[in-house]
Design a protein around this ligand. Sequence first.
Ligand SMILES: Cc1cc2nc3c(=O)[nH]c(=O)nc-3n(C[C@H](O)[C@H](O)[C@H](O)COP(=O)(O)OP(=O)(O)OC[C@H]3O[C@@H](n4cnc5c(N)ncnc54)[C@H](O)[C@@H]3O)c2cc1C
Length: 464
Amino acid sequence: MTKIKKTISDIIGKNNWIDGKDAQKYYRDWLNINGTIPMGVAFPANTNDVSEIVKVCSHENIEIIPQGGNTGLVGASVPSQGKSIIVSFEKMHKIIKLDVDSGLMVVEAGVILADVHAALNETNLEFPMHLGSEGSARIGGLVATNAGGNQAFRFGMMTDLVLGLEVVLPDGQVFEGVREVQKDNSGYQLRSLFCGSEGTLGLITKVVLKLVPKSTNVETGLVGFKDLNTAVKFCRDFSCQFHNFLMAIEFFTDFGVDLILKLSTDNDFPVKDRASIYVLFELGATSSLLDIRKPLIDYLSSNLVSSELVDCIVANSESQRRKIWFFREEQPEGQRLIGEQIKNDISVPIGSIEEFITRAIKICSEVNPNLRINYFGHMGDGNIHFNISPPEGNAAFTEKERGLSQKIAALANEMNGSFAAEHGIGRTKKVIYNELRGEAERDLRLKIKKSIDNQNIFNKGVIN
Ligand SMILES: Cc1cc2nc3c(=O)[nH]c(=O)nc-3n(C[C@H](O)[C@H](O)[C@H](O)COP(=O)(O)OP(=O)(O)OC[C@H]3O[C@@H](n4cnc5c(N)ncnc54)[C@H](O)[C@@H]3O)c2cc1C
C-alpha cells in the first residue's frame, strides 16, 4: 500500500478509495480524449474529510483534481499527470435543507442536478438550470464551470443562482460562506470568485441555490425554417411577442436531426416536413389563470400562412414535449458517436448570430468543403456550439483542419464575443486563451490563483 493511499484511507476509510489503475471511469473524460492515471480516487463523506485530504496532499505536494459528474468538456475534470489524486464528490450528495418560504435549497456539492429538480416536484418552486448533462452533472461541477444551459438568457448562469458557498481552501481551511440571502455586499464577492474557477481555487463542498417560482403552465414547440435568416428573424419577433413567458429558445440544424435519428430507430422526429433549421421554444407561466396557448397558436398560424415557417408543432403532452427536447439535448451525444470532433463553444452578440454562422461556415469550407458542421445552441444569448466532424469516411482531422478551432475562436473574438461561452478554459482551450486574451487580463487571473493557491495544488495547468 502506498503511503498516500494509507494516509487518506485512514481519514475516509479504505472503502472510499480506489487505486488509479482501477479508476478509468474517473480519470478519462466524457469525450474520452483527456486524462492520465492518477494515484487514486478519494470519495470524502463530508467537509472535514475534504479538508483533511487537502492538508495531506498539500504537505506531500500531490495535485488534487476535484470532480463532480465528469461531464466537463474542456479536460479540467481529469488529471494530466500521475502525481495526483481525484477527489470525487459522488458520496457528498445530501440535500441539507429546502426552505420553500425563502425560495432556497442548501445542498452538498455532489448532488446531481436532476435530483435537485426531482426534490422540487411537490413544491411550487424550481431551480432554473437545465442542460443535456443534468442526469450526471453535480452542483459543485456546475458552480466550478459556471454552467449556462438553456435558460441562462432568462435566469442567468450559475453565478446568478448561487447565494452562498462553503469551500475548502488549499491549506485545508474552510471558507464558510453558506449565506442564505441575495444581498451580501461584505466586500469582494467571494462566492462569484469560485463560480467558473474550474477547480483551481478551492474545493466546493456546500452550495446555497436560489429557487424561482415554478411555471405550471408550459407550452413547448418546434418550428422548421427554410434558412437561417428566416429563423433568426422569427426568433427576434417571437422573443419580443412572448418575452414575459419565454423560458427557452434553442436551435439546431437538419444535419443534427439526422445525427439523433441514427442514435436509435425509436426516434421519430416530431415535425412532419423537414426543414433546414429548427427553433425550439418553451413558454411558461406561473399562473394557470393565464392562457398562453391560444395567443401562441394564433401567432404560429399567422406565420404559417405567410409561409415564413416550413412546419411547426406545439406539444400536446409531456411525452411529446420530452421528444422535442430530446432532439436538442442529444446533439452532443449524436455528434460524439460519429467520431472525432472539434468543439467550439462560442458566443456572439445576439444580433450577430447569423453573420457569425455564415462566416464560420465559409472559413471551414475554404479549408475543406466536405467537413461536417453541426451548429446548434442557445438563440436567447448568442451561445453557439459550432462543432465540426471530419468528412464522411475520414476517421480524423488533418493538421490544417485542426487549426480551425483557433480560426473560429478568433472570429468570435473579432465580433466582440467569447471563445468560451459556457464550458470554460480547462486545459483544451488554453492555447486559444493565451492567444486571444490580453496580458493584463491573464496576469490578473494568475495573480488571483497565486494569492489563493501559491503551491499550485488544485488543478495544475487549468486556466493559468
Ligand atoms: C451532453 C452534455 C451537454 C452539456 N450541456 C451543457 C450546457 O448546456 N451548458 C453548460 O454550461 N455546460 C454543458 N455541458 C458541460 C458540463 O455538463 C458542465 O460543464 C457541468 O457544469 C459539469 O459538471 P460536472 O459535475 O460534470 O463537473 P466535472 O466535469 O466533474 O468538473 C468540471 C470542472 O469543475 C471542477 N469541479 C467539479 N466539482 C468540483 C467541486 N466540488 N469543487 C471545485 N471544483 C469542482 C472540476 O475540477 C472541473 O474543473 C454539457 C456536457 C455534456 C456532456
